[in-house]
Design a protein around this ligand. Sequence first.
Ligand SMILES: [Mg+2]
Length: 387
Amino acid sequence: MIAAAQPDLPMVSAGRIVRVTAYPLCARLPITQRTGQGDWSFIEIVIVEIETDRGLIGIGECLARKGACAYARFINLMFAPLLLGQDPLDRRRHWATLRSILSGRTGGMMIEAIAGVDIALWDIAGKACGLPIHKMLGGMGRSEIQAYASSINWFDDGAVEHEVAAALAAGFTQIKVKIGAPAPAAIDRIRLVRRLAGPDVGLSVDANWAFDVDDAVRVGRALAEHDYMWFEEPIRPEDRQGYRMLRAKLDIRLAAGESDFTAMDAISLVEDRAVGIIQPDVARAGGITETWRIAELAKCFSIAYAPHVGWSGAICVAASLQLAAAAENCVTFECMVFANPLRDGLLEEAVGEASMMVGGKLPIPTGPGLGVVLDRAALQSMIHPDA
Ligand SMILES: [Mg+2]
């Protein structure tokens, strides 16, 4: 049999890397946020920009809640020399090279720093190919993704009533609620929000490790009784045995993964189905390369994937939307509903914002790479004062 003639297409090239710049950013949250771990007034991130001699510029983001200046200095001093002159399309090779700086186990700031570089390299690859990243990952033909409002604060009942009403008015069909200790107060809150939201809204809670196993069992039983969808980070992330105990005792789907770094971490959550939803943060879990591996790993174990966004910035949102569009097992998307200048002020056109929802779903960006354009004046205005 003679193969059909193929069109003579040119080989894609992105050129060579000529610049790597990490910018530490800092912003005050207009409304202080309260979780089971405490209050958040300021947020920091790092934006990574990588440029090639073909004029392509990729943008990435590192999760760096505190200490963004240290992350940026690490990237500029340690990573940049390893990347200059290299082909940006060799993303997996670069991941391994950067990781090899650390001689011990993977994790921590190092992997968050790699995340920013990796996302920027994927942005370059998409721009070089003229494709959005979700098409490069495989493509599920999605133009939109189910979204949930994140999150109702762990404030008093009056404030919560107001926040739930605002989320419903914005058109959300799913809402996440922050809860904390003590367990009886959390159970009261679970009951209150179900009453406020009505029976048809998909509800979930996030405890941010507020409980021990015994209290998590009490709270988890209330969640099942009130038909919640998932119980996020009930206990501290290192306590894998605790997760397995909760899985055996509760009829509520457990969710975790935002506090982990790599696919090796994810294995211990998915191999025995301790969680029903895995939630890696692309700006923490080594970027698109490693987060994709985690999503695929979860798929192999019939576990759902829902990207963590939290208080990250606009590039994390954009990269998470690309992963959400491509992952077979992605079930819902974390749409933050409280103002964060690092998210809603960093791009020329917003991405993943509640105001863009139609029927409770968010549109997937269609432009090449991440499909977003950085607002350079905004970037400069948010440079960390200690930089
Ligand atoms: Mg969470």
